[in-house]
Unconditional design. Structure first.
Length: 133
C-alpha cells in the first residue's frame, strides 16, 4: 500500500530527526538511509511529483546527517568516508530537485543550496586540513 509506505516515511523522518536531536547521529543516519530506500521504492511503484519531492528531501537528510558525522569523525579515513556519503546524498537530492524544476515545479533555493553544500564538501576533500563550512 503506497499510502501506508508514505505514512511510514513521515514517521521515519521524525524518528531520524529525533535521533539527530538527541545527538544519536549513527542511529539517525541509519534511519535516513532506510527512509531514502523506502522513498525510492515508492517512487518506482508510483512515479509522481509528490514522491519525487519526498525522495529529494530524504536524500538531502541523508547528506546532511553524514556531513554532521564527518565533522565528528575520529580519523581522517572515517571523515573522508562520511564526506563521500554526504556528497552522494546531496548529489542524489540535487538530481531530484533538478528533475522537479525541469518539470515546472518551483523548488525555491534548493538547487543553489545543494550546489554550495557539494562545493563545500569537495573543498574539504581536496583540503584535508579544512574544518568545512
Amino acid at each position: 500500500n503506497l499510502e501506508a509506505q508514505r505514512d511510514l516515511g513521515l514517521v521515519l523522518n521524525r524518528v531520524g530527526r529525533a535521533h539527530a536531536g538527541l545527538g544519536e547521529l549513527d542511529a539517525a543516519a541509519a534511519v535516513f538511509q532506510e527512509l531514502s530506500d523506502r522513498r525510492g521504492e515508492v517512487l518506482r511503484a508510483d512515479d509522481m511529483v509528490r514522491h519525487r519531492r519526498d525522495l529529494a528531501v530524504a536524500d538531502f537528510n541523508r547528506g546532511d546527517i553524514n556531513e554532521k558525522l564527518a565533522a565528528m569523525a575520529e580519523s581522517d579515513r572515517e571523515r573522508v568516508a562520511y564526506l563521500r556519503l554526504a556528497e552522494q546524498g546531496y548529489r542524489d537530492s540535487l538530481a531530484r530537485f533538478r528533475e522537479l524544476e525541469a518539470g515546472g515545479l518551483e523548488v525555491g533555493g534548493a538547487i543553489g543550496q545543494l550546489d554550495e553544500l557539494i562545493e563545500g564538501i569537495q573543498d574539504q576533500l581536496a583540503n584535508p586540513d579544512s574544518d568545512g563550512p
